[in-house]
Design a protein around this ligand. Structure first.
Ligand code: AHG
Length: 335
């Protein structure tokens, strides 16, 4: 018989403990995180089965970004939308997989104070080859009047207004990592009890690391500053402790997770033919910028802090550079 280790704190226990520190808190955020955790467990089951069942391959449709949608993306999108719709903490959602916002507009949801943006399955091109993928989410407190349906302005807020942001990584183990202004905490799914258990309390991103993560294939499309920095990463110098090791799996959740824990820098720069790069501000850049900053790192678009960017549309892209503070400052001296 599996014995439950009572010294291990589950995600629910942890969020409730945090809640008790604020007697006026309503518990809505805890419930929201629990809902996202539930969707994550369901997505995890399907991701783990991906090699076994005929769920691989293209779903056929093409998403707003012009990419072919995989079946698991659709499943993950539906799970997240479903749990948040049926919960009591979320007034509406925006997803990388959906052209438009979904405003729940029912009596309970209209009283909910949060809206959520998510990339249901980031790195999905990696599903077919058994590489870790992830879900990314971002939570804003709505600015519109409670009691009415939420509106686009609730979603189009700069990243600094995020109340929480996080990701789930479906890897050699499944982890949920989330940040609030109070800190970043990581929970590993214990499959024997089906619970996320606190495994990485109060994560801090080391000030310097050994890794730089960038798509080298695009090198000649980057600006001279970015090229110079990448070249510098490959050199041995006293000041930086380089050369750094290049690590790039093509799944942002995995690349940033590694650099968050071990120290490093992740870059998806603008390119000559795509000046805003590839990654989406609301679904990828903002949540990771928030997590990295709370953990002590930095995140910019090469000029400005990611979290200060006022979004103009839901699916906009942005160049992104984020990671260890010391390495980011080194990069800034080249840009
Ligand atoms: P997708 O979800 O379409 O597979 O995109 C993944 C994202 C991100 O997770 C990753 O860092 C980046 O795209 C990789 O893009 P490149 O292949 O262009 O390097």
């Amino acid at each position: 018989m599996t014995m439950i280790n009572r010294s291990v704190q589950t995600l629910d226990e942890f969020t409730i403990q945090q809640l008790r520190m604020f007697p006026k808190a309503t518990g809505e955020l805890s419930r929201l995180l629990r809902d996202i955790g539930l969707a994550a467990k369901r997505i995890n089951v399907e991701v783990n089965k991906a090699g076994l069942v005929d769920i691989l391959g293209d779903y056929g449709s093409v998403n707003i970004q012009g990419e072919t949608v995989k079946k698991l993306d659709v499943f993950a999108n539906n799970q997240l939308t479903g749990v948040l719709r049926h919960g009591i903490s979320c007034a509406g959602v925006g997803s990388e997989e959906m052209d438009d916002l979904v405003i729940f507009n029912d009596e309970v949801s209209n009283q909910s104070k949060y809206v959520v943006l998510f990339d249901p399955l980031d790195g999905s091109a990696n599903i077919d080859v058994n590489v870790s993928i992830g879900t990314i989410f971002s939570v804003f407190r709505r600015v519109s009047e409670l009691g009415k349906p939420c509106v686009e302005a609730d979603f189009l807020q700069p990243g600094i207004k995020q109340v929480a942001a996080g990701y789930i990584i479906y890897g050699s183990s499944t982890m949920l990592v989330y940040a609030t202004r109070r800190g970043v905490n990581g929970f590993t799914l214990d499959p024997s009890i089906g619970e996320f258990c606190l495994s990485h309390p109060d994560i801090k991103c080391p000030e310097f690391g050994k890794f730089y993560s960038v798509n080298h294939g695009n090198f000649f499309q980057y600006s001279k500053g970015v090229q110079d920095y990448i070249t510098q990463c490959q050199k041995k110098t006293e000041a930086t402790g380089g050369p750094y090791a290049q690590r790039y799996i093509g799944s942002m959740v995995s690349d940033v997770h590694r650099n968050l824990i071990k120290g490093g820098i992740f870059m998806y720069p603008g390119m000559t033919d795509k000046p805003n790069g590839k990654l989406r501000l609301m679904y990828e850049c903002n949540p990771f910028a928030f997590i990295i900053e709370v953990a002590g790192g930095k995140a910019t678009n090469g000029k400005d802090r990611i979290l200060d960017i006022q979004p103009v549309e839901l699916h906009q892209r942005s160049p992104v550079f984020l990671g260890s503070k010391g390495m980011m400052e080194e990069l800034e001296s080249y840009l």
